[in-house]
Design a protein around this ligand. Structure first.
Ligand SMILES: NC(=O)C1=CN([C@@H]2O[C@H](COP(=O)(O)OP(=O)(O)OC[C@H]3O[C@@H](n4cnc5c(N)ncnc54)[C@H](O)[C@@H]3O)[C@@H](O)[C@H]2O)C=CC1
Ligand SMILES: Cc1ncc(C=O)c(C(=O)O)c1O
Length: 310
């Protein structure tokens, strides 16, 4: 299975451009759609930056690929063989967009949603042909993180899952097939980590910088090589039993949103997108941080790929 010749990506914000750039790298004619002209204008430079990162990674170019930027959804969806939805994480909006997509493509076209964790069945409920909706959860940045969670809804055809896994693998990525639980695997683990880190920050146990240093070098570095299940065997399940016995009851069980994040959000301090969030950013610092992050991800992926082929 190759990457489909004509793909449409609906939603061109944080995720859409990187997804489009990777599909185009593999030879697809990609139509990137958004309701915002400004978003599409930003997307052009985002796609160029993503292509540059893929150059640094040494990802081969399959001839014939392209990205076009379409304000007209019908034009974006015309003759599409694969549609990836990447609009904001709001189920009502996603259902409306899925309805629009369904009306514009053939019943055999795979429709994938990049939802971070809304159960696929919940999104498919309003669809005329729910059997072709599948979860295709990319990780940010999508052109660099070579793992995509593939999640079936209750009514998703197995052939759609098979086709989606084949596309993921044709992109040179790992497909992780999962049952649909809210947040799937990646975000349940990530949000458990973030919940505990925010709790530690709110308690004054450590600063943002020290929490990031501890997690990057004590956990991220190790888990990139070992994986948590293997680490259990390495540490010893007896050790895990001893420690979790007293530690699990003490971990954060916050069921709501972190009070600190709520306060920052109310102040429109959203992070890099507003120049202030968990960290303040001086003039030009966001662009510099983004460049450093992309360079770091490329370097680490190259090193990791030498010991853990994607
Ligand atoms: N930001 C992240 O780190 C990740 C996000 N996701 C998921 O991907 C999806 C998109 O997330 P982001 O790219 O971060 O969102 P975003 O808010 O950055 O971008 C969404 C884009 O969709 C556009 N849009 C809104 N309504 C639309 C419509 N009816 N038709 C076409 N475009 C429309 C908006 O103008 C915006 O440009 C969400 O479901 C999110 O949970 C998944 C993985 C990572
Ligand atoms: C904070 C956060 N939330 C969701 C996702 C993915 O769905 C990510 C990510 O991919 O990195 C994230 O950082």
């Amino acid at each position: 299975m190759n990457v489909p010749g004509i793909c449409a990506v609906i939603g061109s914000g944080t995720m859409g451009p990187g997804i489009a750039a990777l599909l185009a790298r593999h030879g697809a004619d990609v139509r990137l759609n958004d309701i915002s002209r400004e978003a599409l204008d930003r997307a052009e430079s985002a796609c160029t930056a993503a292509a540059g990162a893929l150059d640094q990674l040494g990802t081969p170019v399959t001839e014939g690929g392209s990205v076009s930027f379409e304000l007209d959804a019908a034009a974006a969806l015309d003759s599409a063989e694969l549609v990836i939805e990447a609009v904001p994480e709001e189920i009502g909006l996603k259902r409306r967009v899925l309805e629009q997509i369904e009306a514009a493509v053939g019943t055999d076209v795979v429709i994938a949603t990049n939802t971070s964790g809304i159960p696929i069945s919940d999104m498919a409920a309003a669809m005329e042909h729910p059997q072709r909706l599948i979860g295709m959860h990319w990780s940010n940045p999508p052109h660099l993180i070579p793992m995509i969670e593939v999640i079936r809804g209750e009514r998703t055809d197995s052939a759609v899952e098979t086709a989606t896994v084949a596309i993921v693998e044709a992109l040179g990525y790992k497909a992780v097939m999962e049952k649909e639980v809210p947040g799937f695997v990646e975000n349940r683990v990530l949000y458990a980590i973030m919940r505990e880190c925010l709790s530690l920050l709110e308690q004054g146990v450590a600063t943002q910088e020290d929490i990031d240093t501890c997690v990057k070098w004590g956990i991220g570095y190790k888990l990139a090589v070992i994986g948590p299940m293997r680490l259990l065997d390495m540490a010893g399940l007896d050790i895990y039993s001893s420690v979790s016995g007293y530690l699990n009851p003490d971990l954060s069980d916050e069921k709501g949103i972190s009070p600190m994040v709520t306060k920052l959000t109310e102040q429109n301090r959203l992070g890099m997108k507003t120049g202030d969030g968990m960290y303040p950013y001086a003039e030009g610092e966001v662009a510099a941080k983004r460049t450093d992050i992309l360079r770091g991800l490329v370097t680490v992926r190259k090193a990791l790929s030498e010991i853990t082929p994607v």
